[in-house]
Design a protein around this ligand. Sequence first.
Ligand code: ADP
Ligand code: G6P
Length: 489
Amino acid sequence: WERPDGRPFRQRLLVVANRLPVSAVRRGEESWSLEISGGGLVTALLGVKEFEARWIGWAGVNVPDEAGQRALTKALAEKRCIPVFLDEDIVHQYYNGYCNNILWPLFHYLGLPQEDRLATTRSFQSQFAAYMKANKMFADVVNQHYEEGDVVWCHDYHLMFLPKCLKDHNSKMKVGWFLHTPFPSSEIHRTLPSRKELLHAVLAADLVGFHTYDYARHFVSACTRILGLEGTPEGVEDQGRLTRVAAFPIGIDSDRFIRALEVPQVQDHIKELKDRFAGRKVMLGVDRLDMIKGIPQKILAFEKFLEENPNWRDKVVLLQIAVPTRTDVPEYQKLTSQVHEIVGRINGRFGTLTAVPIHHLDRSLDFHALCALYAVTDVALVTSLRDGMNLVSYEFVACQDAKKGVLILSEFAGAAQSLGAGAILVNPWNITEVASSIGQALNMSAEEREKRHRHNFMHVTTHTAQEWAETFVSELNDTVVEAQLRIRQ
Ligand code: ADP
Ligand code: G6P
């Protein structure tokens, strides 16, 4: 969070997101260690260097005692992070429940939970109450740390209520809200029992941002069709007040990846991997172990490819690195067993005494190991059923300037709109199509790989996380100035 060149920061920025960029692990009564958190939101925001940013969020751990809270607050302050302490019940109802069992699947077109409708409805109400309570707790912490002139940037589906809480307290606060997931078609959003409250709450922000133009359009349609408000080219108007709505496609800190490839430790690791998989093409999947990532579909497509192409069986390997996530939510537990079962079956079917076709790891890799893996990969497979953007595809491209490997990318990831011209786009539900794309990627000529890679590398290195944040924040500043001028006229 510090500018390496010593120049002054542009502006103070309060970033508010459910998850802090570091997660805390308790080592003793008052001693904590901090580990980098996972996910695209953290990856992108760590690339933002132009602002004097403070990050407000949950440290991913329950800290019931005051001494522990004091010690953790102090440890986090060194990282410019400010904790919001959520107790176990709130985490269960707000984070596991409303956020990850209701909003996350709904926004990714997987629908609302359906097991027992009545139970769902009852727990829905208490989970929504917990969601609002948690959002108010985040707002309290923002209010304690806010200074006049600060920009407050709220992130993601966990905090849709936050803009309203903040504006109710201080209507002059500059508030932006950005969604890191898709915003679904209004026909999907309207199934949500709290559909209106959430839309109204988000509209309290001055600027509302999405990864793609389609998500922004869906949001405006939801506001016009569900709330009966007026959609304009700039956003949504409610009784003369405009909330600006626009697309701000996110990026990564591409230089960080490119520089990492020069680090001796990464070079050594690249060499080891090349030796280990000599004579075989390397295919790679890197995902949180989440149902939206289409991991079972990806592995089944790889099985189909092996089935139909016996000559490739001992010449290709799929490395699937899937970090467990949200493990208290039952749907995620089911997914883990499902993936293990499919991988076991395929390795049993096509493995030999000396090699297996799929290496599946249930864990996170450190940054350098990940860069080395991206660099030795021949074909990356991103088969999300829906995905806000998908930064793994960007990271792969950033690390491929030497090898010029092929990206197979789901057309349902936001990244398909930016990397579509260089990638092979697939419908991940169509296993046969993905299997044949694997063949196309493995057999692609060097010239075509070079051409496709050039396109994507250019995009990834010019549309960075830094540029994304600067554009959003300057648009937020302008929006507030324009609104003030409109009021004066
Ligand atoms: P999401 O935000 O849904 O997790 P993204 O692809 O946008 O999806 O971002 C995922 C981020 O998490 C990337 O920065 C990626 O490098 C990181 N990541 C995902 N899986 C792993 C893993 N197994 N090991 C290390 N990092 C991972
Ligand atoms: C996605 C979400 C983020 C979230 C991340 C990791 O990227 O958009 O808001 O932080 O997944 O998920 P988790 O539940 O572990 O925070």
